[in-house]
Design a protein around this ligand. Structure first.
Ligand code: CA
Length: 231
């Protein structure tokens, strides 16, 4: 049987939390409710959920402070966070995304909208969590051990460059636009500019050394990882 994704709901209003929990349960999720940051932390220390639904206004630490804290913690930093904000709080949304939330949803929201957002963050996070090994010629990336090697020699590759390389190696011989790479590697994060991609591609090429030539710039279109580039 497929594992039910676990959703930690951090929400101080019992009526809202209960409504969300019931809907999640009916749709194949396993909800866990925490009414404040302290309780949420206790839940996180016990079991890591697949997604955190985080209310903005909470007694004690705010949703924003909690998002920052969990993003900075190596144990929780990869867990997607979906912020729940009040209608029209634009500055809240910006601050929430800056604090490391993956997305936000404005109250009141429909069950369908909530489920769609949860599924979207789960999908976006999924590629990184696949523990596999890919190789293009003598360039090998092992997602399980987080290692990259070229002709048997280990290479030092930064975390973002690693994700970028993983994606390119899984989809070789085709051109990816900067917008597509942002969407697939970074998640559709509105605060990242397209030239950020260029910066990371440059760093990745430097990290790969000789194998850096595998990554081709396709003028006016984007980037392509091609085994033919070395031949
Ligand atoms: Ca609240």
């Amino acid at each position: 049987m497929k594992k039910m994704p676990m959703v930690l709901i951090v929400e101080d209003e019992p009526a809202i939390a209960e409504l969300i929990a019931v809907n999640l349960r009916h749709n194949g999720f396993q909800p866990v409710w925490a009414e404040d940051g302290v309780t949420a932390q206790r839940e996180l220390d016990a079991v890591l959920p697949d997604v955190i639904l985080l209310d903005w206004m909470l007694p004690g630490a705010s949703g924003l402070a909690l998002a920052r804290k969990w993003r900075a913690d190596s144990r929780t930093k990869a867990v997607p966070i979906l912020m729940l904000t009040a209608r029209g709080d634009e500055p809240d949304k910006v601050a929430g995304l800056d604090a490391g939330a993956d997305d936000y949803i404005t109250k009141p929201f429909s069950t369908q909208e909530l489920l769609a957002r949860i599924r979207a963050v789960l999908r976006r996070r999924a590629p990184e969590q696949i523990q596999d090994k890919v190789n293009i010629g003598e360039l090998v990336l092992d997602a399980a051990s987080h290692r990259v090697s070229w002709q048997g020699d280990m290479l030092k590759v930064g975390p973002t460059e690693f994700k970028l390389l993983h994606y390119l190696m899984k989809h070789p011989e085709r051109v990816h636009s900067r917008a597509q790479l942002l969407d697939k590697v970074w998640g559709d994060h509105v605060f990242i500019e397209e030239r950020t991609v260029d910066v990371h591609v440059k760093r990745l090429r430097e990290a790969l050394g000789v194998a850096g030539t595998l990554i081709e710039t396709v003028r006016g279109a984007g980037y392509r990882l091609s085994a033919q580039a070395l031949a």
